[in-house]
Write a protein that binds this ligand. Structure first.
Ligand code: ATP
Ligand code: MG
Length: 564
């Protein structure tokens, strides 16, 4: 399966990595020890793909009573920042895990440097004066061997001296590299004398200006794993062909050997997942920031209204395999619905209001009606909702020319107002240009609570808010970030941003029931019939802002069918 097909059925949660660990525990390979790590590069915020890796690594440690470290893979100073380090720690904790050790690859720079000297002394590494372009050009292709560097046969003494010079800042950036001496004809290109160190005068967020040479990912990663005595070094599939190199370094150095295991990365429809692309969205201001609720970042999902439980359930459901595919965004949304259905209290809110006047309801009268907070959770109890003569209902819940099967409000038709009464529409009032300004209705006092006194059938139930009690509030309605399912596929010469959905955000002024007045940032509620919403951090006293986390899609479709 390729990445541009969606995974047809749920992958079972059974997991080849667990089987391998069980084997290792049975054969004593790591003396029954299980130690994993989650190794993000602090060059961006974590996304939902990282959540898969977090759940896997921390989940394994938990399952086997082992340990999981958080290790920042900070070997690339030009792209790394403290802001990212801080956000990553927040996000890991928020997803629900606490690391055992907290480390940085930069903690090990001195040890990794000493190990490079070990390789040089063994005649297994050399200083190369080729430019980065020359190194690339002489690497060969999968079908054609590379060419030896003309500097490959330098003596150990000369290499030691030059490598020290590199470290001491004697040479210009990019003018020399330290390379492993393996085999330029190797079938696996990664073993064709790979670069271990480059010269780079860049300020490092932790080591400052101490170093002007930095280790390459391949040269650092396995050695960090080894220092931390990681047993299972779990990474994504693109590193499968790096494993022989990972093992070569460890073998040549004669140090503790972890087991690298690869699994397929998470791809989701209608969004992009690479940090580089997410950074573009932020830098070019396509979105408001890393935590824009349309971002697939953990901070974006959190702000949108996702819960850690939903994210963990989603990761559990998608499972772990070696097959590359793309998961439907709907699975992620379903996981949130399932969680919030149990937890979120129901409230009445009208997104696109139209005024309803109940002509036979006494002017000035207010009734406090009983409403159930959450039918899925009796412990959530009841609340009162005020009812009065002037109400708002959803513009969409009224049709002047109602088609057959439309069971909501229409001229001459009766509908049930949730928790309140049956009302009937008698007159449609319009302004000079023909826009509907209000609906004149009458109510039946005998239907209080929404019950039919005489068995007469009212199929539709709609939500409403009392106009004089309503709290106007900004509500942000989100759609997919991208307008196509596979936005990474772009026409020649174009950029993935052509696939951004121009209508991914709609802002409305909604009318809310008054019980929402002092609701705290981050609170999640279901607006009945509309979806699950979360209070945004842009809220201030007297000015609420809600994000729609997810619609009620499936439930909604079902209700329409049943005519509710
Ligand atoms: P990106 O390609 O999105 O920039 P990355 O792999 O460079 O991601 P890292 O910070 O190096 O990001 O990732 C930390 C860990 O998370 C790695 O072990 C990586 O394999 C894993 N990871 C990253 N993206 C995904 C994904 N989409 N699905 C599963 N695991 C992922
Ligand atoms: Mg990376």
């Amino acid at each position: 399966m390729s990445a541009n097909e969606t995974t047809p059925t749920p992958t079972p949660a059974s997991n080849f990595i667990l089987q391998l660990i069980d084997e290792h525990n049975a054969n004593g390979k790591f003396a029954g020890r299980v130690a994993t790590r989650f190794p993000p590069e602090p060059n961006g915020y974590l996304h939902i793909g990282h959540a898969k890796s977090i759940c896997l690594n921390f989940g394994i440690a938990k399952k086997y009573g082992g340990t999981c470290n958080l290790r920042f893979d900070d070997t690339n100073p030009s792209k790394e920042e403290q802001e990212y380090v801080d956000s990553i720690m927040d996000d890991v904790r928020w997803v629900g895990f606490q690391w055992d050790g907290l480390y940085y690859a930069s903690d090990y720079f001195e040890q990794i440097y000493q190990w490079a000297i070990v390789l040089v002394k063994k005649g297994k590494a050399f200083v190369c004066d080729q430019t980065p372009d020359q190194v690339r050009e002489t690497r060969g292709t999968p079908n054609r061997a590379g060419e030896n560097s003309p500097f490959r046969d330098r003596s150990v003494e000369e290499n030691l001296k030059l490598f020290e010079g590199m470290k001491a800042g004697e040479f210009a950036d990019g003018s020399r590299t330290l390379r492993a001496k393996i085999d330029m004809g190797h079938a696996n290109i990664n073993l064709r004398d790979p670069i271990l160190y480059r010269i780079l005068r860049a300020h490092h967020h932790r080591t400052g200006d101490k170093w002007c040479i930095y280790p390459m990912y391949d040269w650092a990663h396995g050695q960090c794993d080894s220092i931390e005595q990681i047993t299972h070094s779990i990474c994504t599939l693109e590193f499968e062909h790096h494993r022989p190199l990972y093992d070569w370094f460890i073998r040549e150095l004669g140090i503790y050997a972890p087991q690298q295991i690869e699994f397929s990365r998470l791809n989701l429809t209608y969004t992009v997942m690479s940090k580089r692309k997410l950074l573009t969205l932020v830098k070019e201001k396509h979105l408001s920031g890393w935590d824009d609720p349309r971002m697939p970042t953990i901070s974006g999902l959190r702000r949108r209204g996702y819960t850690p439980e939903a994210i963990r359930a989603f990761c559990e459901r998608i499972g772990v395999s070696k097959y590359e595919g793309t998961i439907e965004m709907a699975w992620l949304e379903d996981a949130l619905r399932a969680d919030l259905n149990k937890k979120a209290e129901r409230r009445l809110a009208v997104l696109r209001p139209i005024k309803v006047v109940i002509d036979n309801y006494p002017e000035g009268q207010v009734e406090e009606l009983d409403a159930v907070n959450n039918p899925e959770d009796p412990a959530a109890g009841m609340r009162k909702v005020p009812f009065s003569r002037v109400l708002y209902i959803e513009r969409d819940d009224f049709r002047e020319d109602a088609p057959k099967g439309f069971f909501r409000l229409a001229p001459g038709k009766e509908v049930r107002l949730r928790w309140a009464y049956f009302v009937k529409c008698n007159e449609v009032v319009k302004d000079a240009s023909g826009n509907i300004t209000e609906l004149r209705c009458t109510y039946d006092p005998a239907t209080k609570g929404g019950n039919s006194p005489d068995g007469r059938k009212v199929k539709g139930t709609i939500h409403w808010v009392s106009a004089k009690h309503a709290i106007p509030s900004e509500v942000r309605l989100y759609d997919h970030l991208c307008k196509v399912a596979f936005p990474d596929e772009v026409p020649e010469g174009q950029d993935f941003t052509v696939n951004l959905n121009p209508t991914s955000l709609e802002v409305v002024t909604a009318m809310l029931e008054p019980s929402l007045k002092d609701v705290a940032i981050g609170t999640k509620v279901q607006f009945e019939r509309l979806g699950y919403f979360s209070v945004d951090k842009d809220s201030a006293p007297g000015k609420l802002v809600f994000n729609r986390a997810v619609t009620l899609a499936d439930t909604w479709a079902k209700m329409e069918k049943k005519g509710k």
